[in-house]
Design a protein around this ligand. Structure first.
Ligand SMILES: Cc1cc2nc3c(=O)[nH]c(=O)nc-3n(C[C@H](O)[C@H](O)[C@H](O)COP(=O)(O)O)c2cc1C
Length: 249
């Protein structure tokens, strides 16, 4: 099992891919196999990951696109964000560059009964073209996303979760042995008004994965409770983590 935590600092969005080696059949099969091993956030939601050449989509970057399809069930967008974020980090480990491509459309909008949700463009890239200095990454300062008396190490690292238009639609309230994760409601960036909630739910799924990787890295065990996006004064309550060993440093 690969530790995805170090990949948080290595991954980045390849808005432009450099032309290099093509992905071999074996590598493509390896990616496809890995898709079947991703952990889910929500049980019993059917998903499918299909790898197609970019020509079968509206995407004009990278070599292949990973198309993601899902059943529509409560929290299905968060579930896809959580799963695809694992794949994104694992691809960085394999030196396969990726770019989440929310604006992209697949020509196949259905996979059986499942609906197309989002795609990710991929191509093989040199190790040197991945992120070298994560501290230079554009993100909100910790104090804008983290509220609580203590500001542990995880607060710095979770910020590097990617999000649509880098909108970072999250807020964490840390109290005693509990972390509460909220999805911000205000429209941000250049996302179309009707689409912001859609992408932000995927973003929250990504963020929850980063929270969990960071907690696991600090050897803090937790119990996660997912919510159905309850509106509160802090935003939509998305998840609560009860920390079983809560000496975060
Ligand atoms: C759900 C989602 C959708 C995205 N859609 C696009 C897109 O359509 N086009 C694009 O160039 N980048 C897209 N991105 C990439 C973001 O712009 C990028 O993650 C963000 O700016 C942070 O930069 P980083 O990934 O390099 O850390 C998307 C990211 C996410 C998480």
């Amino acid at each position: 099992m690969i530790d995805l935590y170090p990949m948080i600092c290595k991954r980045k969005s390849f808005h432009v891919f450099s032309k290099g080696e093509n992905l071999s059949e074996t590598e493509l099969q390896m990616v496809q196999n890995h898709c079947a091993e991703l952990s889910t956030l929500v049980k019993d939601i059917q998903t499918k990951f299909k790898i197609v050449p970019i020509a079968e989509t509206t995407c004009r970057r990278g070599e292949y696109c990973i198309l993601v399809y899902s059943e529509h069930k409560p929290n299905y967008l968060q579930n896809i964000g959580y799963m695809l974020a694992q794949l994104d980090l694992w691809l960085a480990f394999c030196n396969i560059g990726s770019c989440w491509y929310g604006m992209g459309k697949s020509f196949e909008t259905k996979y059986g009964e499942l609906d197309f949700v989002i795609m990710m463009a991929i191509a093989k890239q040199d190790e040197q073209s991945f992120r070298k200095d994560v501290s230079k990454t554009r993100r909100k300062p910790v104090e804008h996303i983290w509220q609580g008396l203590e500001r542990p190490k995880i607060a710095d690292v979770i910020r590097y979760a990617p999000s649509a238009c880098n909108s970072q639609p999250w807020n964490i309230i840390s109290e005693a042995d509990t972390l509460r994760i909220y999805r911000l409601t205000e429209k941000r960036g250049i996302l179309p008004a009707g689409k912001a909630a859609y992408y932000h739910q995927i973003d929250i799924g990504i963020f929850l994965l980063y929270v969990e990787l960071c907690l696991q890295h600090e050897v803090i065990s937790f119990i996660r409770n997912l919510y159905l996006q309850e509106k509160t004064q802090h935003g939509y309550l998305s998840a609560e983590y009860r920390l079983l060993q809560h000496t975060m440093s």
